[in-house]
Design a protein around this ligand. Structure first.
Ligand code: GLN
Ligand code: ZN
Length: 755
């Protein structure tokens, strides 16, 4: 059976690509050196795949910034403002992605957005009504040659035309993107023909939009598109991932493609739908090894399940990763400090390729010694996993009753009691939590990590930072203060490090966008909180002032979503375990007198499933988890939450159901338009619509903020409104933050005068 790798992480096991890119951008590395380093990385990654037994090596998974951007450049979809005459080079791509490059004129970067429901961000191609397409960038063809030169068979991996159009954005006058399809197809056909001329036999043509709900015009586009390729002599592997495409089975069945790839990790049930529909000659590639998580698979169970299909299809069955391995860290071998019990449970990209090979062994030589050893390891691993369970956590979850999810009184009663306790002015001012993470703070953390300063010293220095942050807020005249989060490297990692059942890697980096990587925690066991996580900081900060200081926590949904989570229990259950851990912290904060506790849920929306029909189930447990984390407090303790994204219409009922007393949200960039959802829903609680965009270094002016708040006041009753920035301030400098907040407070005073 062929082993099919849908793509390998490009960043390098020591993040070599990240460092090379950043050096190049800073002018410390020549373009030739960058190109040479990138080539070396590709060769290493190809070699690893070939060594694991992968026949056709993916091309196009490598990108200097983003694979969608590479394809857009290939098709000559390059914004006018980033062009430099007719020539397209590496710096053209960087200007599109980052707005600037070592050469060429700076211009606003193209938009970037999350790739489906992953944490990977792609550069959104910009389409204009008079858009034309042509082959303008040869990276893909060059890399095909590189694979051939190594003596292997290249398999180009590109987004298909329908998904490419779908993920692009129409600029200029409103027009239907699909009107560009006929033209686009001509260039795609040219692209495929060039691959064919290079001797390519298979192309992985990816149509991930098939996992979404599509309206009729988009559905119809598939037939048009794939008919246009029948004259091309490469074989197409129509590739889907991240979810079931069974709802589009009728369309998929009619497409003239040589093979189909299904993601059976996210949607195992679709196998039954497609198996009887498969053409006589068609290849079926089954994504059986999870490309989005880090756990070693139960290969023995997978083999058992797939054996009948293998018998039926023979060499028309390919064994594959569920999606590109882009979303997994590169190599477990470099993790030398992991506990052996945990390490045994893991497989990163390299190991996942070996899992493909093992799966092949289990299916093709099931009675050999190798198969026996593989199966034995699977059994041993499961036993170890089961033994690590924490019975107390399970018992606590079992004992929960409905009352544990509900506040004592409804919001109006709570609002009154909170007002009596807090005595806040009209339009209270606050911030979202973090203040600048200065080089000094980062340096401090590095020295502490390296053991150059003691825990006591580290703590003392951070206390000074905290005191200073409180002083500055007092001078600015902010009403509800924060301690500043200087002790936190990352809002999820900070909690993960202190929770039972959560582990960390040293090099488990995953590309988020461009050179930016994240290192998600590993939730491997039952989660609980052995001791308070934030209490000392909250108490210390509150001891410095009579004004309320918010206790600052990350919510259970966000912790779950931004981690690599175990899969042997449901996400619902796991999220509630995390919620109980947060609830313990909430109870402790309240006990020491913290009157306002903020539980951030910026990833709440990201967790939404791809298809609407699956939303309700997710929202139900996500909302319940949040409520569970917060509901233990008295009526006069105020619960805040914070979310930062720009779409509330479709989830407003769920957001209201979270029953927070105050929600702070990002709205300034949409000029308070986003509040319409809250207005229409008659959102019952208090709202802090962000009055300025923290992503910009510019100082927001008083007048603009007054206007925005007046606009907000037309939608939301005045006594429900707060004034705050869009999001946390950790990426800004004090020089930017202080004038911005001074203006924000001035704007609020002006508003209070006027209203
Ligand atoms: N409290 C966090 C901060 O201010 C919230 C960050 C976020 O919304 N992503 O940094
Ligand atoms: Zn935010």
């Amino acid at each position: 059976m062929q082993l099919n790798s849908l793509g390998f992480p490009r960043i390098g096991r020591r993040r070599e690509l990240k460092f090379a890119l950043e050096q190049y951008w800073r002018g410390e590395l020549s373009r030739n050196e960058l190109v040479a380093q990138a080539k070396a990385l590709r060769q290493t990654h190809w070699q690893w795949q070939a060594d694991a037994g992968v026949e056709r090596l993916p091309v196009g998974d490598f990108a200097y910034y983003d694979q969608v951007l590479t394809l857009a450049a290939t098709l000559n979809v390059i914004p006018e403002r980033h062009r430099d005459g007719d020539k397209v080079d590496l710096d053209t791509l960087f200007r599109v992605a980052r707005g600037r490059a070592p050469s060429g004129k700076a211009a606003a970067a193209a938009e970037m957005t999350k790739y489906f429901n992953t944490n990977y961000h792609y550069i959104v191609p910009e389409l204009h009504p008079n858009q034309t397409f042509s082959i303008a960038w040869t990276q893909l063809f060059d890399e095909v040659e590189e694979v051939k030169a190594l003596g292997y068979d290249p398999k180009p991996c590109i987004l298909g035309p329908v998904s490419f159009l779908y993920l692009s954005k129409a600029y200029g006058s409103e027009f239907d993107k699909l009107s560009l399809l006929p033209q686009l197809l001509v260039t795609y056909a040219e692209l495929l023909a060039r691959f064919a001329a290079q001797g390519v036999s298979w192309v992985q043509i990816e149509e991930p939009v098939l996992a979404l709900d599509l309206d009729e015009s988009w559905q119809a586009a598939f037939a048009t598109a794939y008919q246009a390729f029948t004259c091309v002599s490469v074989k197409l592997l129509l590739t889907t991932y991240y979810g079931s495409v069974a709802h589009h089975a009728d369309i998929i069945q009619t497409l003239p493609v040589a093979g189909l790839h299904l993601d059976l990790v996210s949607a195992p049930e679709q196998l039954e739908v497609f198996l009887p529909r498969l053409g006589q000659q068609q290849v079926l590639s089954l994504g059986l090894i999870n490309g989005r998580n880090v756990w070693a698979e139960d290969l023995d169970l997978i083999a058992e399940r797939i054996a009948p299909v293998a018998r039926e299809l023979g060499d028309r069955l390919w064994l594959a990763t569920s999606c590109s391995l882009l979303h997994t860290p590169v190599d477990l071998d470099v993790e030398t400090a992991l506990k052996p019990e945990l390490k045994r449970q893991l497989a990163f990209a390299r190991q996942k390729l070996l899992e493909l090979r093992s799966l092949n062994t289990l299916l093709t030589v099931p009675n050999g010694a190798d198969a026996a050893a593989i199966a034995a390891e699977c059994v041993a691993r499961r036993t170890a996993r089961a033994q690590a369970a924490d019975a107390a956590v399970a018992a606590r979850l079992d004992a929960l009753t409905k009352a544990d999810f509900e506040r004592q009184s409804a919001f109006p009663e709570r609002q009154q009691q909170q007002q009596q306790r807090l005595k806040l002015p009209l339009l209270p001012t606050t911030t979202i939590g973090s203040f600048p993470q200065t080089p000094a703070i980062r340096g401090l953390r590095n020295r502490f990590r390296k053991g150059e300063i003691s825990a006591l010293e580290y703590d003392n220095q951070l206390r000074q930072v905290c005191r200073n942050t409180i002083d500055r807020q007092l001078k600015l005249g902010i009403d509800v203060l924060v301690h500043g989060e200087a002790e936190r490297n990352d809002m999820v990692e900070y909690f993960g490090e202190q929770l039972e059942g959560v582990g960390f890697t040293k090099h488990g980096w995953v590309q988020s966008y461009g050179s930016r990587c994240v290192k998600p925690p590993l939730i491997y066991g039952d989660v609980s909180r052995p001791k308070p996580m934030t209490l000392d900081w909250a108490e210390y900060a509150q001891s410095l002032t009579d004004k309320p200081v918010k206790g600052m926590l990350t919510g259970p949904v966000t912790i779950l979503h931004w981690s690599f989570a175990r899969e042997d229990i449901s996400r619902d259950t796991l999220c509630k375990q995390i919620a109980l851990a947060i609830r313990d912290e909430v109870a402790d904060l309240e006990r020491v007198g913290i009157a306002i506790i903020q539980i951030d849920e910026p990833a709440f929306r990201e967790g939404l499933p791809l298809r609407r029909c699956d939303w309700k189930a997710y929202l139900d447990w996500a909302v319940d988890s949040f409520k569970l984390s917060a509901a233990c407090v008295r009526d006069n303790t105020q619960i805040h939450t914070h979310m930062c994204y720009s779409e509330f219409n479709d989830t407003i009922a769920a957001i209201a159901a979270m029953d927070a007393d105050v929600i702070t949200i990002e709205t300034s960039r949409s000029a308070m338009e986003l509040l319409r959802a809250f207005e229409d829903f008659e959102y019952p609680a208090e709202i802090g619509p962000g009055v300025y965009d923290i992503h910009s270094p510019n100082t927001p002016d008083v007048g603009a903020m007054v206007t925005l708040m007046e606009r907000a006041a037309r939608r939301i009753p005045l006594r429900q409104l707060w004034v705050n920035p869009d999001c946390g301030l950790k990426t800004r400098t004090w020089d930017e933050v202080e004038p911005a907040l001074r203006n924000m407070v001035d704007a609020t005073r002006e508003l209070r005068r006027r209203l």
